[in-house]
Structure formats: C-alpha cells, structure tokens
Write a protein that binds this ligand. Structure first.
Ligand SMILES: Cc1cc2nc3c(=O)[nH]c(=O)nc-3n(C[C@H](O)[C@H](O)[C@H](O)COP(=O)(O)OP(=O)(O)OC[C@H]3O[C@@H](n4cnc5c(N)ncnc54)[C@H](O)[C@@H]3O)c2cc1C
Length: 383
C-alpha cells in the first residue's frame, strides 16, 4: 500500500491544527454538528468510528487524549506533532510506503484498477482512496486538485465555499478601532429577512472584521446563503437572551435609579469598555451624558444596537484563512458502509473532499477519522 502526497511533509494541517495542539475530537459528536450532505449518511459514517473508539485508537498509538472544559479533546502532551508522528509511524509499521512530494495529476480507470499520472511518473494500483482534502489552507497542498480528479471520475461536486473562515466587514466600521477585543455574544443570520441561524459564543473583533468561534461557525451559513443568491445579513446581539423591549425598559429603570450616572460608565458595565465607547461614537451619543439626559430616540437607538447591531459582512477572508471547506463530492454518490464511490468501482473517498463540514471543536477531524476507518474496512472487505 502507498500513501501518495503532493506535499513534502504530509499531514501539515494536523501540525497547525488547534493552535499546534490538534483538537482531535469532541466529547460528544453527532450528525447535528455537521452540514452539507444528508445527515442520515453522516450519522452512519460516524457510527463506524465513534468517539470512545477514536480515543482508544489514539491511546493504542501512544497518544492519550484529555478532555478540556470546552468538551474538546487534545493530546495529553498538547503537541499536534505527536498525533502526526503516531499516524505516520503506524502506517510505516503496517508496511505502507510513504511517497511525499508526489503530486497526482490524473487518475484513470484501467482494466484491473487505476493508472495514476504523478509528478514522479506513472503508477498502477488496484484501488484508490482519495483523501485530498478540500480547498482550505491551500499552501498545505489541499488546493482542490482532488475535487478535479473526482469530477473526472464521474462525481458531482456540490459548489464549494470556505467554512470556519473569518468574515470581513465594510470599512470604515467599529471593528477597526476594536481590533483584538473579544466578547461573548449571539450572532443572528437573516436570510431573505428571516432569522435562519443563531450562534452564541466568543467573537473577536479584528482589523478586517470579525473572527473567533462564533464568527467562524457562522461563516459557512452566510457564504452558502450568498452562494444560493439570497439576501444575507448578520447582526450581533450584545445582550444575549434579552429582547429590545426589555433592554429599553432596563435603561429607563437605570436612568430613574441613577439619573447622574454617565452613559459610558453604565454601558461599560455590560460590555468591554472599548466596545461601549465605539458603540456610543457610532451612534453619535456622548458618553459623558447623564442617563437622565438620554432622549427617547437615543435610548431606542442604543437598545437597537445592543440587541441587533448590524455587521456589514461583504465576504469571508477566503480559503487561505478557512479551517474547512463547505461543499465537495456529493455524499449520496458514496456508499456510507464502505466509502466506495457509486460512480467508479474501486475508488474510495474520505475526509474533507466530501460535502460535509463540521463546526469548530474537533468535528472535522472526527469526520476524517470515521470516514477513513469506514473506507479501511470497506477496502479490507473488497480485498
Ligand atoms: C488552520 C487549521 C486548523 C484546524 N484545526 C482543526 C482542529 O483543531 N480540529 C479539527 O477537527 N479540525 C481542524 N481543522 C480542519 C482539519 O484539519 C481538516 O478538516 C482535515 O485535515 C481534513 O483531512 P483530510 O485528510 O480530508 O484533508 P487534508 O488534511 O487537507 O489533507 C489532504 C492531503 O492531500 C494532499 N493532496 C491534495 N491534493 C493532492 C494531489 N493532487 N496529489 C497528491 N496529494 C494531494 C495534500 O498535500 C494533503 O497532505 C483545521 C484546519 C485548518 C486549516
């Protein structure tokens, strides 16, 4: 068996993942943590290598995992290098020949298998597992070449967009002066005027727009809506769980109880002080104003901003900054019991090349591990 990889050092994404700690999986993984193809298919594939078996598998390779308070699992050593070394070491022990710097240009079905055209010359093989990833972080070698190979072998490619990508906001905007500030909030996506997605978590303001878990998880929804030609708009809810009316009533009460309290001081009790100042400036409200002097219009504008602050997204930062790819090889063209192609016998597809993308938290690797295990069993049976 040969592992053919265009990169000089296979597994670069494992090394950079999870801040070089590799978030291997999550304590609880279900099909609801994923988008893309049919969730019944995703569930079936996940069930072939569920989380407890994933933990046991890495333990057997000498990489015990630890669960953090966020439910994410990392190697106990906190070193992604240990995950990669263990996987490559296990492959070598099983007799796999690792062929780095060998880019596959074309895969053609032949009488008794496949002919591969590679940067190192032709190869003949009885079956092929396409594990070429999607388009995220193309400098690691996952640049969509595998999608072209799958298309050439008869597969439908669901149009791709970045996923888990930072989002860029129109300038000028408050993000520019808030770069580096993090806060907990709820993001709401409206598609054609209707809220279709709400995501709660930490968001990071950056010089170009927004990042952090909530923004990354939201990116695929905004991008997919736009890809499908819908009107998509994003708002931030800075007072989670409170409606406009209750926020407005709270301001009225606070003003009655503390009429001399400065607006900036009152707001900084709810939000990071820098966000409070930026928000007041953007609304044209003077932070030194006493609460008793706040007009009805000012109070309403502030309550609106706190419950639905418009975030004028114009795009994501693209595949070079995305942690995953949405879209890919259509899932229903794969047999979920073996990961074998329904279009081309002897071809197996696993991981991010497929139309499956998980949320942040170890779900994309779990999909890669589970689908790879399914394919390994499928291959073993077909051999
Ligand atoms: C910065 C970053 C951090 C991440 N952190 C996490 C995390 O902590 N937890 C998590 O669950 N997920 C994380 N992910 C997502 C996760 O890394 C991917 O979902 C996962 O690596 C996909 O595995 P894969 O094997 O399908 O593809 P990849 O890991 O993309 O591997 C594909 C391989 O195929 C090779 N290749 C591609 N085309 C060809 C070709 N034509 N010929 C030969 N070789 C080819 C590439 O060189 C590459 O080595 C992160 C992603 C990024 C970018």
């Amino acid at each position: 068996m040969r592992l053919v990889d265009g990169a000089a050092k296979p597994g670069a994404k494992i090394l950079v993942s999870g801040g070089s700690r590799c978030n291997v999986t999550n304590a609880v993984v279900t099909e609801r943590d994923y988008w893309g193809g049919r969730r019944t298919i995703i569930r079936r594939v996940l069930s072939r290598l569920p989380v407890p078996q994933t933990i046991a598998f890495f333990e057997s390779l000498g990489v015990p995992l630890k669960e953090e308070a966020t439910a994410k699992l990392f190697p106990r050593s906190d070193r992604s290098r240990d995950v990669l070394d263990a996987l490559l070491g296990a492959a070598r022990e099983l007799g796999v020949t690792i062929m780095p710097s060998t880019r596959v240009h074309r895969v053609s079905p032949a009488a008794d298998g496949f002919d591969l055209e590679t940067s190192q010359g032709p190869l003949r093989t009885s079956s092929v597992v396409l594990a070429t990833g999607g388009l995220s972080l193309p400098k690691t070698g996952s640049d969509g070449g595998g999608l072209a190979i799958a298309r050439g072998l008869g597969h439908t490619i669901v149009p791709t967009t970045p996923a888990l990508a930072p989002l860029m906001l129109a300038a000028p905007g408050i993000h520019e002066r808030l770069s580096g500030v993090a806060q907990d909030l709820e993001l709401a996506l409206r598609v054609d005027g209707r809220v279709t997605e709400r995501i709660t978590g930490a968001m990071l303001w950056t010089h170009f727009g927004i990042s952090g878990p909530a923004a990354l998880d939201m990116s695929r929804h905004w991008l997919r809506a736009r890809l499908q030609g819908h009107e998509a708009s994003l708002t931030a809810h800075l007072r989670q769980g409170q409606l406009f009316e209750s926020v407005e009533a709270a301001w009225t009460n606070t003003a009655a109880q503390h009429p001399r309290l400065a607006l900036q001081t009152a707001l900084a009790e709810m939000l990071p002080a820098s966000v409070a100042s930026a928000l007041l400036d953007s609304l044209g409200l003077d932070g030194t104003l006493r609460l008793a002097q706040l007009t009805r219009a000012g109070r309403r504008a502030l309550s609106h901003a706190l419950t639905a602050l418009p975030l004028p997204v114009h795009d994501s930062r693209g595949y070079s900054y995305a942690e995953a790819t949405a879209g890919g090889v259509a899932l229903e063209e794969i047999d979920p019991g073996t990961m074998e192609s329904r279009k081309c016998a002897g071809l197996f597809l696993v991981g991010e090349i497929l139309d499956v993308d998980g949320r942040l938290g170890g779900f994309n690797f779990q999909w890669a591990w589970s689908s790879a295990r399914t394919a390994a069993e499928g291959l073993a049976r077909s051999a």
